[in-house]
Design a protein around this ligand. Structure first.
Ligand code: WQD
Length: 351
């Protein structure tokens, strides 16, 4: 059974992963209530792959609606679960929204995994589970510290829920800890599509550069780092997408040593926020207007990956550089401007 259910399939990482899965021979169905996404990205997927992907516009927090998808599709061979809210800053302001949305959806999905005996489950986790690590780069065995934000807590709790579930289930599970996803598909037919004002650094940079935002606030330059700004490990979304295909194949083809199996998905190189701005200006020739502001509550000071395990066990080899990440993100932003009538938030029918 090669039909894979992708939750959050209309989202940023979900849409890029669907492209990679289709290119690797899988059949896909998506479930996405479009609360933070738009079905427009399905058009981009079809242009890239030639395949029309069906999306079930369902809120995974509604068990009956979620269960109905599995009743209708008795050939689902695996699940990749992306659907969740993911803005660190917002989660600090609205913790209950994050706990309810991210955890109820996961639990409903796992109930269906259990009842319908879905053999493979890949979970979209995050490097935020490490909290503020004492040592970097982090490996999968780096001790988990208290998360710095409710968003990070939902990923820590999600991993614990899956770990306990896998003790009583025959389903093979993988937890993929993303570092900072950024960039866009080289075709510029899909990319990051913030429905409201973006909260992540790279879309803030590109929207500022194209004039959608007045400028950039760098949230703090007095951290104990080489230039005072936070350090992150930016990973190209297409490299990240391919890691999901490899993780699914890994679960299907090997008996993982442990269940769930955990993988860090980062490039292994850390870059500061200010260096990221400078790199964008170098790569695109577009000057950026930024000011230094206060630290953002919930921010981790510095984190980047040791990705040896994903390289050695999944055969994963990220190929895009930071220059590629920023140039593809910029190309996508320019494409959005050209298609303004299609993609601006005010034109997207939100439920
Ligand atoms: C990065 C840095 C900000 C905006 C993200 C995702 C999360 C998870 C981990 C996958 C921080 C600074 C940002 C701005 C700034 N990914 N910044 N001005 O918080 O590391 O988390 O990666 O699961 O889902 O959100 O990413 O891009 O928000 O912030 O100075 O306008 O950029 O303070 O240091 P973050 P981010």
């Amino acid at each position: 059974m090669k039909k894979i259910l992708v939750t959050g399939g209309c989202g940023y990482i979900g849409s890029h992963t669907i492209v990679d899965l289709i290119e690797n021979g899988f059949e896909i169905i998506s479930v996405d209530n479009n609360s933070r996404s738009s079905e427009h990205l399905l058009e981009g997927i079809e242009k890239i792959t030639g395949k029309k992907v069906k999306n079930y516009k369902v809120d995974l927090c509604d068990f009956n609606d979620t269960n109905a998808i599995f009743e209708e599709n008795n050939d689902i061979g695996g699940i990749i679960h992306f659907a969740a809210y993911k803005a660190v800053g917002e989660s600090v302001e609205k913790p209950l929204l994050y706990f309810e949305n991210n955890l109820v959806a996961l639990i409903n999905l796992l109930k269906c995994v259990d009842f319908f005996k879905i053999p493979y489950f890949v979970f979209s986790s995050s490097c935020t589970v490490y909290g503020n690590p004492d040592q970097i780069p982090v490996t999968e065995n780096t001790p988990i510290k208290p998360a710095e934000s409710p968003y990070g807590m939902t990923k820590q709790m999600g991993e614990q829920i899956i770990t306990e579930f896998s003790r009583v289930s025959d389903s093979a599970c993988a937890l993929l800890r993303y570092f900072n996803p950024a960039g866009a598909h080289p075709s510029a037919l899909i990319g990051e599509l913030p429905i409201d004002k973006p909260q992540n650094l790279v879309p803030v940079i590109t929207q500022s550069a194209i004039g959608k935002l007045p400028g950039i606030t760098v949230f703090g330059d007095q951290y104990p780092t080489r230039d005072g700004s936070c350090i992150r490990d930016f990973i190209h979304v297409s490299d990240l997408a391919h890691a999901h295909t490899l993780a699914l194949k890994y679960l299907m083809e090997k008996k993982p040593a442990t269940n769930p199996e955990v993988f860090n998905l980062g490039t292994g190189s850390g870059i500061t926020v200010l260096e990221t701005l400078q790199t964008f200006e170098k790569v695109t020739g577009v000057p950026l207007n930024y000011t230094i502001g206060a630290n953002r509550p919930g921010d981790v000071i510095a984190i980047y990956a040791n990705n040896d395990k994903a390289k050695n066990e999944l055969g994963w080899d990220p190929k895009y550089s930071l220059d590629d990440i920023l140039s593809t993100a910029w190309k996508w932003e320019q494409k959005l401007k050209e298609d303004e009538k299609l993609f601006t938030g005010k034109n997207i029918q939100l439920n």
